[in-house]
Design a protein around this ligand. Structure first.
Ligand code: AMP
Length: 423
């Protein structure tokens, strides 16, 4: 199938051509036609499937087919959980709309709101936003959502994980009831299904990969290893394999810092990316990782969410997540847009229960290997590690976590701002 057969305009095909895409990805093939028909869509797709173009291209086409009003009210709102993801989607919107008469903007917390407000005053057709800053600007009367025609909720599962449910509900009251809705999520818990039911109107269901399952092209492997030997093993794997671009997940910010230091000491360029790092430090780390000057990026789940790193060959779970769905998100960072990738998990005795839960969720048994000199400790307890060290299974956004704010007032602006700042 070619992009030509999807019914996209010449201006969009020109932009797609400029990006160098030849064939639409499965999610694009499935989602673009119903969106162009004006239908609501519920899509099961994780980052790396090409989902951003899957909703952005038809959305831009619909908007460009209508005559632009002089005032340019926001007609499409794309809501996304993190600043990084918002910035990436905005970059895509700009690239795809290069040959169209449409204006776009991105707004998120943690930076001065003045330039954002000034841009909104000039008129914007497509707005990409995180929930907190969006509500702040609406509350101050600097933004109206009364003319939104298309509403996109991206990474809906992560939105709920990050405690944005109330904000989403509030935003829904600010946009017209008559609108087209597009919702994307990598996993489908009961809460997500409930949210979808409340927002979408007779949606077309599309999926890039089967629900809650891992992409076929990703080779998964578990190394059973003693907890104290994990750092030695990861250094050996990266050095022996001469791996150049590796994304490593740890459960905590402290763990990410510690591992980064050890990797650097072993002569492997590395940077940590987590909620305590400034926006500047995160952007710099990501840029270094993309241009190859940093071989290893060590990240916590929330910080890594939505990062656009094309063709990532290696993902390592230094610690496996205690929330099984996070495993699907993490390894979705490899095998992107059809390229093959490898996802490795270092599993110590106390992570045995988490591994069992993950295998149950994805429906396969991951092959296990043991490396000589890095064997598991036969005397170690298989009691699960203290979950408060990582992210709690509780969906309560105020639960004690490694990467979240502990503000008391969930709905207050200050709480929200603080939450966005800390991603
Ligand atoms: P996304 O899942 O939207 O984050 O996209 C993942 C990556 O795939 C991004 O780097 C896109 O630029 C790229 N991509 C999106 N669509 C295509 C396509 N049809 N062909 C090749 N690459 C694509």
């Amino acid at each position: 199938m070619s992009f030509n057969s999807l019914g996209l305009s010449d201006a969009l095909l020109k932009a797609i051509n400029k990006k160098g895409y030849n064939t639409p990805s499965p999610i694009q093939q499935k989602a673009i036609p119903p969106i162009l028909e004006g239908k609501d869509v519920l899509a099961s797709a994780q980052t790396g499937t090409g989902k951003t173009a899957g909703f952005t291209l038809p959305l831009l086409q619909i908007l460009s087919e209508q005559t632009t009003q002089k005032r340019r009210p926001v007609r499409a709102l794309i809501l996304t959980p993190t600043r990084e993801l918002a910035a990436q989607i905005y970059d895509n919107v700009k690239e795809y709309s290069e040959f169209l008469d449409l204006r776009s903007a991105v707004i998120f917390g943690g930076v001065n709101q003045k330039p954002q407000a000034a841009q909104l005053r000039q008129g914007v057709d497509v707005l990409v936003a995180t929930p907190g800053r969006l509500l702040d600007l609406c509350n101050q009367g600097l933004l109206s959502l009364k003319q939104v025609e298309i509403f996109v909720l991206d990474e809906a599962d992560r939105m709920l994980d990050m405690g944005f449910l109330r904000d989403i509900e509030k935003i829904m009251t600010l946009i017209p009831a008559q609108r087209q809705n597009l919702m994307f999520s990598a996993t489908f818990s009961k809460d997500i299904k409930k949210l979808a039911h409340g927002i979408l109107n007779q949606p077309v269901h599309v999926e890039a990969t089967p629900e809650n399952s891992t992409v076929d092209v990703i080779q998964q492997k578990v190394y059973r290893v003693a907890k104290g030997k994990k750092i030695g093993l990861i250094i050996k794997l990266i050095s022996d394999g001469n791996w150049k671009q590796v994304l490593v997940f740890t459960r905590t910010k402290h763990g990410a810092n510690n591992l980064t230091k050890k990797l650097i000491a072993a002569g492997i360029t590395a940077a940590a990316i987590h909620g305590n790092k400034s926006q500047g430090a995160r952007t710099k780390a990501l840029a270094g990782f993309k241009d190859g000057s940093i071989r290893v990026m060590v990240a916590t789940d929330i910080a890594a969410r939505g990062l656009d790193i094309p063709l990532l060959p290696h993902v390592i779970n230094f610690e496996i997540p205690n929330i099984s769905e996070d495993y699907v998100h993490r390894i979705g960072r490899t095998g992107r847009a059809g390229a093959s990738g490898e996802a490795i998990s270092l599993v110590s005795a106390d992570e045995t229960t988490f591994l069992r839960d993950i295998q149950k969720l994805i429906g396969i048994k991951i092959p296990v290997e043991i490396v000589e000199g890095f064997e598991p400790d036969p005397n170690a307890s298989t009691e699960p590690i203290n979950q408060s060290q990582g992210r709690s299974r509780s969906r309560n956004p105020r639960a004690k976590t490694g990467d979240r704010s502990s503000n008391k007032s969930n709905s207050s602006n200050s709480g929200r701002r603080s939450r966005e700042r800390r991603r």
